[in-house]
Write a protein that binds this ligand. Structure first.
Ligand code: GAP
Length: 478
């Protein structure tokens, strides 16, 4: 089905409501929008969906891939002594014992005895009190008592009959080999970072890097979250871009401050406005951290974490040294001093970043002719397509337009649209967030020129066909 047909079909009451009230676009409205246009679909939809799994469609997959490229550019390409690796998702089970995940990666769960709904106890308290009470720092017993003493009701069935608060492991287990017994248990990684730590010695040896140096990777992580939700914000399968800087002890806090700001600037460069971003310094630190701070973005449901910067000290390397028996020392080439490096981590969630970029890009505008347009104002670097080629009259201009399309497609992702009026085709291109639209007309055939329309200003300029690739390359730089 053509996207134009889709646009006219989705004029349901719900859609009308959220379009006219776009300033308060809800997460549900965004999910509907994403499904309509091929950004993000419900996972396994034809089977009724698998809760909290999401599939990126043709536009979403390109957007996500470009966001990852933007990260690679800033964190790997433009930083000296930065190396990208691609470690396995399945790792030796001892890795997760050493990291502390097997013993400590738990959430407090509570079940409603009546309707059997499971909640994460700390979130449950916060939601039941409209965020007035934070369970951060409460013991399991204190959370349990708080829920009972305040007669908090199950939001599903209204009863107040709950189990005790108990531990719930966030690790997804699977089995290796032919036996499904305790000895063959392995885990889907809950974070990428350990892949970087267990390869620290390999990278050091094979690259001959000197401190400070960094190892980053982009990849999937899995967490059995009790209360996933808010569309792609909290899911059980997601992607992370984690970046570990190995440095001399004593320089760690300096790197920590540096990466806090570096991460925030990365989000601003890619299109999130400063006023919707904030730092959240952690008061209660997880077991491995000496200092921790998140960059948060203001989603319609409130501020939510996009990134974390953590001073992890030598905790991880010392643990791996203990559990693997391998020495994790670094020998300073100048002083011959031996020490275990400290690690400063900067971690970026891919799916949350993409979600923030979708919210930020969406605009509904009133045009001078009193019509409206929906437009995704992505930074051109992350836009799924860079340019749309539009033959003005299909019969007369499509051969030339196809020729131009093929030439441009060797350099960028190019879209092609020859059906409907030119106005409708511009609207479709806007909804995909394509920064440029080229119209091929008689001038192209006679004089070799095309008009290029800018998505945001809607202004048009004329260029020679052979100038187009260079023009677009300059305009999409990051
Ligand atoms: N290695 C450290 C670490 O994993 P984290 O704060 O637990 O730290 C890093 O996760 C980032 O991964 C978060 O800032 C967030 O963007 C993303 N993330 C974490 N859990 C997620 C989930 N359930 N769904 C989607 N993204 C998640």
């Amino acid at each position: 089905m053509l996207i134009g047909e889709l646009i006219s079909r989705v004029e349901t009451q719900q859609r009308k409501e959220w379009v006219t009230n776009m300033k308060n676009m809800t997460i549900e409205a965004m999910a509907t929008f994403c499904r309509q246009y091929g950004y993000i679909y419900q996972g396994s939809e034809i089977y009724g969906g698998l809760a909290n799994t999401w599939d990126y469609g043709p536009l979403g997959a390109r957007l996500k891939s470009n966001f990852k490229d933007a990260w690679r550019k800033r964190f790997i390409q433009e930083r000296p002594n930065s190396f990208e690796i691609d470690a396995s998702i399945l790792m030796h089970p001892r890795v997760w014992e050493a990291s502390g995940h097997v013993s400590s990666f738990h959430d407090p769960k509570i079940d409603c005895k009546h309707c059997k709904t499971r909640f994460r106890a700390d979130n449950f308290i916060s939601e039941a009190t409209d965020g007035k009470v934070s369970a951060e720092g409460m013991s399991y017993k204190e959370m349990q008592d708080f829920i009972r003493d305040n007669h908090i009701k199950c939001p599903v069935c209204g009863k107040t009959d709950f189990t005790d608060v108990r531990q719930f492991s966030q690790m997804f287990e699977t089995y290796r080999g032919t036996l499904n017994d305790n000895k063959s248990v392995i885990y889907l990684r809950p974070e990428n970072a350990q892949g970087e730590y267990v390869n620290y010695l390999n990278v050091l040896r094979s690259t001959r890097a000197k401190l400070p140096f960094s190892i980053g990777q982009v990849g999937k992580a899995f967490r059995n979250e009790i209360t996933p939700g808010n569309f792609t914000f909290r899911t059980i399968e997601f992607e992370q871009m984690e970046f570990q800087t190995f440095c001399k002890p004593g320089t760690d806090l300096q790197w920590y401050e540096y990466f806090k700001k570096y991460a925030k600037k990365f989000y601003m460069d890619i299109g999130l406005p400063k006023e919707k971003l904030r730092f959240h310094d952690h008061e209660k630190l997880v077991f491995y951290a000496k200092a921790a701070c998140d960059v948060e973005y203001e989603f319609p449901f409130g501020f939510g974490e996009l990134n974390g910067t953590h001073d992890r000290t030598d905790y991880d390397l010392l643990k791996h040294q203990e559990y693997s028996g391998q020495k994790m020392e670094y020998i300073d080439p100048v002083t011959n001093e031996r020490f275990v490096p400290y690690i400063v981590e900067s971690t970026v969630g891919v799916d949350r970043g993409v979600l923030a970029l979708l919210f930020e890009a969406y605009h509904k505008e009133e045009l001078p002719d009193s019509t409206t347009r929906e437009v995704m104002k992505f930074h051109p670097f992350i836009a799924p397509y860079k340019v749309t080629v539009l033959p003005l009259i299909k019969k007369r201009h499509s051969v030339k337009a196809t020729e131009i399309y093929q030439k441009l497609a060797t350099a960028f992702m190019v879209d092609y649209d020859e059906s409907g009026s030119i106005g409708k085709r511009y609207r479709r291109s806007d909804i995909k967030g394509t920064p440029f639209a080229i119209t091929v007309d008689d001038e192209t055939i006679c004089n070799g020129t095309v008009t290029i329309r800018d998505r945001d200003s809607m202004e048009q300029i004329t260029l020679k066909v052979e100038e187009v690739t260079e023009y677009i390359s300059q305009r999409i730089k990051f």
